[in-house]
Design a protein around this ligand. Structure first.
Ligand code: OOG
Ligand code: MG
Length: 264
C-alpha cells in the first residue's frame, strides 16, 4: 500500500468510528460503511477499537469480549458465516435483577448466552481444555444486541465495525468452572414467564469452550491478553429475539441458575 492509501484508510477509520459511536449514543441508525465503499475486516476491527477508545475517553472501562456468530442459528439468522468478536465495557453491564431502560436503543434483541470469567491470562492458540484452565467462573447470561444499521442488515465488515451489535449484557451468579460439564447445557429464554426460545450450549461451535479458545486466538491476533476479571460471552445458542418494553426477561441454564432483567 502507498502512504496515501494508508492515510486515506486511517482517516476513514476515524470518521466511521465517530459516526458509529454517535449513532449508538443518539439511538439512531446510520448507513452501512460497505454501502459507500469497500471495507476490509482489518479496517473494520480498527473502527471497532477506535469506537472503544472513544468510550474509554468518556470514562468507560473495558470488561471483556463477546463472541459472535458461533452458532448456526445466528449465522443463518444474520446471513454471515464467520466467527467475530466485539468489545465490552462497564457501561454495557446490567446487574442481574436490574432494569434496562430501552430509551435510546434502536431495535434491541435478546440472546441467551454462556459467560466465562477469566482467572488466569489467556491469549494464543490453545485447545478447549487449555482455555478451560484459565477460567475462574461460568454463568448464564443475557446479551442485548442493538445494531446501528436499519433492519439489523449488514455484511461481516459492517457488523464488526459496529462492535458486533453490542449494547448491553447481564451475567447470572458465577459457578465454579469445573463443577459441571458445559457441553450440553439446556438454555431457556422466558419473557413474562412464557418460554419463548430454547437451545443448548452444544449449538455454540459444538461446545462453548471452543468459543473461548477462539477468543484466545482472536486476542493473540489483536496483540492482547484476556486478563483476570475479564469476561467472554460465548455467543448465542439461539436466534436473537426482539426485546420489548415493560418485559421481565429471564434466561435459565440447566445447572447454572438464571439471570433476569426487566425492561422499561
Ligand atoms: C451480531 C452479533 C452476534 C452472537 O451471539 O452471535 C452475536 C448480530 O447478530 O447483530 O452476538
Ligand atoms: Mg451474542
Amino acid at each position: 500500500m502507498s502512504n496515501d492509501t494508508v492515510t486515506h484508510s486511517a482517516a476513514r477509520v476515524a470518521e466511521l468510528a465517530e459516526t458509529l459511536d454517535a449513532a449508538a449514543l443518539d439511538g439512531r441508525t446510520v448507513h452501512r460503511p460497505t454501502d459507500t465503499g469497500p471495507l476490509t475486516l482489518d479496517e473494520a476491527y480498527a473502527i471497532q477499537r477506535a469506537v472503544i477508545e472513544r468510550r474509554r475517553a468518556r470514562g468507560e472501562t473495558p470488561t471483556g469480549v463477546k463472541m459472535g456468530f458461533t452458532s448456526r442459528a445466528k449465522m443463518v439468522q444474520m446471513g454471515v458465516d464467520d466467527v467475530i468478536w466485539g468489545l465490552l465495557t462497564d457501561a454495557m453491564r446490567v446487574e442481574d435483577g436490574g432494569t434496562l431502560d430501552l430509551d435510546g436503543l434502536i431495535h434491541p434483541r435478546i440472546e441467551p448466552e454462556i459467560a466465562f470469567l477469566i482467572g488466569r491470562p489467556l491469549s494464543g492458540r490453545v485447545t478447549s481444555e487449555e482455555a478451560a484452565r484459565s477460567l475462574a467462573g461460568i454463568a448464564v447470561a443475557h446479551e442485548i444486541l442493538d445494531s446501528r444499521y436499519a433492519g439489523f442488515r449488514f455484511t461481516l465488515p459492517d457488523v464488526v465495525a459496529d462492535n458486533a451489535s453490542a449494547s448491553h449484557y447481564a451475567c447470572g451468579p458465577w459457578h465454579h468452572p469445573d463443577s459441571r460439564s458445559l457441553g450440553n447445557v439446556g438454555l431457556t429464554v422466558e419473557i413474562d414467564g412464557r418460554v419463548v426460545a430454547t437451545g443448548s450450549s452444544a449449538a455454540i461451535l459444538g461446545h462453548p469452550l471452543r468459543s473461548l479458545a477462539a477468543a484466545a486466538r482472536l486476542a493473540a491476533e489483536a496483540g492482547i491478553t484476556l486478563g483476570p476479571g475479564q469476561i467472554v460471552l460465548a455467543g448465542a445458542a439461539t436466534a436473537a429475539l426482539p426485546l420489548p418494553r415493560g418485559a421481565h426477561v429471564r434466561v435459565l441454564g440447566a445447572g447454572l441458575g438464571q439471570v433476569e432483567v426487566t425492561t422499561r
